[in-house]
Design a protein around this ligand. Structure first.
Ligand code: UDX
Length: 440
């Protein structure tokens, strides 16, 4: 079948490239950004995502994947049209749907073919598919039969390609049977179960899933604070909890809190939906508040240390991205921590293996990017701080770096290391929710 995808952002591009790669379907991705489309046409992708460039190049070569800015030329060739444009947060936390409705209007104005399924892939408030249906209907120039379906994505940045190709499940929300059939056919070569629901339920599955994962993280961060107070080890607590099959081990890592383009936005958007319907959502509010509190909690721990020269504290800092394996710095807890430390007068030398540029919104000249991890070693600092749990940090030879340090302290806000880890031997090791000890 022919698939058209509006939006070559993270979700649209991964979806398009993976469908072209792993199914027999032909995909055309549309974007209004002509420079981006021209680059994609040459196989140049705008984001860092492992494995994505290779399958984009493969798709271009096989001609199963195409890019265009001209929506009107492809809409009526499509059996299935995905809407995967951005839904940035409004000031009140609700999702801004202007890009979604603009695409819906464009589809409506152009569509003259029957039985096309329009699929909303963007994360949207419950009821958005109904809105898309009415916007398309209002703009139609001819009486055509179409369907609007929900098909949320559960892709994690950094492993989006493998998540798409080996998903835990595919969720679809449909009203018309032909749409259900189209989506089941679309995904038939992907080895997983398709859960078919009504549209609103499908839309809610996405929000509830992300809110649940965020809740687990905030819960463990709350437990971590308690662990600090009672001298218990939150990593062991998570291990002890996670082996219970009713709980499971994933998303129980305490630390600096969650960031990224999804969890913070989706927790607030779901809470906003609650407000709209007069439903109190105290759990969601607490999840958000606990997450926000982790920055100050980490800052207090860091500033509590007895540094040699409290007038001029220097930190060598690892990580800018909101999590490893991505160049995405949206809502990065690491950056929030850096900015806060800079506001307190600290100097920060920061290294990230993927993010190479960072401009402080507060124009702190105290923040300096270091482009080689080994150059960090030559800068005398009061402590190393781990802000993102990067693989290169796990492998970093802290032992060699100890000679140039003003004091041998590692503050690990992601609980990456164990005290007995040889990599950090000789340092005072401080983490979140775990008793402080001298590593041996
Ligand atoms: C998330 C969802 O996992 C994905 O299904 C959805 O489609 C998009 O949002 P993503 O934002 O890429 O994916 O990142 P994820 O791996 O889920 O991590 C989110 C944040 O939580 C990161 O900042 C990470 O560092 C943090 N996290 C994760 C923890 O603090 N502790 C954990 O145990 C797990």
């Amino acid at each position: 079948m022919n698939v058209v995808i509006f939006g070559t952002g993270y979700v649209g591009l991964v979806t398009g490239a993976c469908l072209a790669h792993s199914t027999p379907h032909h995909v055309t991705c549309i974007d209004i950004d002509s420079k981006k489309i021209a680059n994609l046409d040459k196989g140049i992708i705008p984001i860092y995502e492992p494995g994505l460039e290779a399958i984009v190049t493969e798709g271009l070569k096989s001609k199963k994947l195409k890019f265009t800015t001209d929506a009107s030329s492809v809409i009526n060739d499509a059996d299935c049209i995905f809407i995967a444009v951005g839904t940035p947060p409004n000031e009140d936390g609700s999702a801004d749907l202007k890009y979604v409705t603009a695409v819906a209007a464009e589809i409506g104005k152009t569509l003259v073919k029957n039985n096309v399924t329009v699929v909303v892939k963007s994360t949207v408030p419950i009821g958005t598919c109904d809105l898309v249906r009415s916007v398309i209907g209002l703009n139609l120039t001819k009486d055509v039969v179409f369907s609007v379906a929900s098909n949320p994505e559960f892709l994690r940045e950094g492993s989006a390609v493998s998540d798409f190709l080996n998903p835990d499940r595919i969720v679809i929300g449909t009203k018309e049977q032909f749409a259900t059939d189209t989506l089941i056919d679309l995904y038939s070569s992907i080895p997983t179960k398709v859960l078919s629901y009504d549209v609103h339920t499908s839309e809610m599955v996405k929000y509830a899933s992300n809110a649940m994962l965020a809740t687990r993280i905030s819960f463990m961060n709350e437990i971590a604070k308690l662990c600090d107070s009672v001298n218990a080890n939150v990593s062991k607590v998570a291990e002890g909890m996670g082996v219970d099959t009713r709980i499971g081990p994933k998303f129980l890592s305490a630390g600096l809190g969650y960031g990224g383009s999804c969890f913070p936005k989706d927790v607030l958007a779901l809470s906003r939906i609650g407000k709209e319907y007069n439903i109190d959502t105290p759990i969601l509010s607490s999840v958000h508040e606990t997450n926000e509190s982790m920055i100050d909690y980490a800052v207090a721990k860091i500033m509590d240390q007895d540094f040699e020269d409290n007038e001029c504290i220097t930190f060598n800092f690892f990580g800018l991205s909101f999590k490893p394996n991505t160049d995405d710095i949206r809502e990065s807890a690491s950056i929030k921590l850096i900015e806060k430390l800079a506001s307190l007068g600290c100097k920060i030398n920061v290294y990230d293996p993927i993010v190479k540029h960072y401009t402080s919104p507060n124009n702190w000249n105290k923040i300096k990017m270091i482009h080689d991890i080994h150059d960090l070693v030559s800068i005398p600092a009061d402590a190393f701080i781990v802000g993102t749990d990067l693989e290169c940090v796990r492998k970093f030879n802290f032992k060699e770096a100890i000679i140039t340090m003003k004091s041998a302290v590692i503050i690990d806000t992601r609980n990456m290391f164990d005290y007995n880890d040889a990599q950090i031997a000789g340092y005072r090791y401080i983490s979140i929710g775990r008793p402080e000890k001298e590593a041996v």
